[in-house]
Design a protein around this ligand. Sequence first.
Ligand code: PHE
Length: 339
Amino acid sequence: MKDFSEIKEQVKAKLAEVADSEKLSDFWQTYLGKTGVISGLMKEMKSVPPEEKPLFGKAVNDVREWAQELYRTKQAEIKEFELKHRYEREAVDVTMPAAGSTQGNLHPITLIKQEMIEVFAGMGFEIFEGPEIEDDDHNFTRLNVLKDHPSRDMQDTFWLTDDLLLRTHTSPGQIRTMDMKKPPIKVLVPGKVFRSDSDATHSPMFSQLEGLVVDKGITLCDLQGMLDSFVQSIFSDTAKTRLRPSYFPFTEPSVEVDVSCFECGGKGCPLCKGTGWIEVLGGGVVNKKVLENCDIDPEEYSGLAFGIGIERIAMLKYGISHMGMLFENNLDFLSQFKA
Ligand code: PHE
């Protein structure tokens, strides 16, 4: 009677080589599966004399059981081995310091804008935001900047069509406000504006804060009073303003407003270029023509208006030398503005 010792040696040798569950499953297919070597032995039954058939059958079953037992032992070993490795791989060192999470912060333009709005809100201003795409009428004509007037060249305009443009200033917000409501008006228009201009202190997109007050008896003194209180809140308790004559088609008289240098207190330093004063904004008394263009009687009402460059205030307040830094999104720069 065969004892299948050859097959047994083969099984032992093959199983000794198996080192993981994948190889173990291959081993099962090869020897113990339905089409495996051991099942194949049964096919030899045909050539076995009838009286030996029962013995032959038992011998094959014995080999099968023997091989299954070896298989199960190996299976247990591999399972334990693999589990151990998995635990090692997935081990967590609870004594390790936690990964830090970095917290973001508001952009300096947002910070200074909020601060500026708060100062004026304290004086009773409301907020209005107009569209960034404007038409010629609101951006120029009704602000008394007539077609072909040379002052149009003061603002290098991005035209979209013959009539539409990216607003060059927040002053169209004055027209939109006066179209919507009648005096008393006290409104702030913050927003992005666009001009084809780019260098250390100019960017094709920047932000302005427009102010408009229309009521009975409003004068240039009211403008200076408000602006004094604005620069004192933003720069220094002792800051004052100085008005210099200027020209804007939508204000008459028009002024350029300087703030006393908060760096040197007016003695003269590099920031104020030795003059003791720093230019911060433009403004004036609302031109009567603009009031008329909005159906407000200039004999009854008068107004003041101003436009502040928000980036300029941020650069002065935070000591930023290049406007580009405000738009580059360099995190080393931006994270300095954490509250
Ligand atoms: N719109 C002007 C500018 O952008 C600023 C300004 C606003 C001047 C309001 C006077 C009154 O330069």
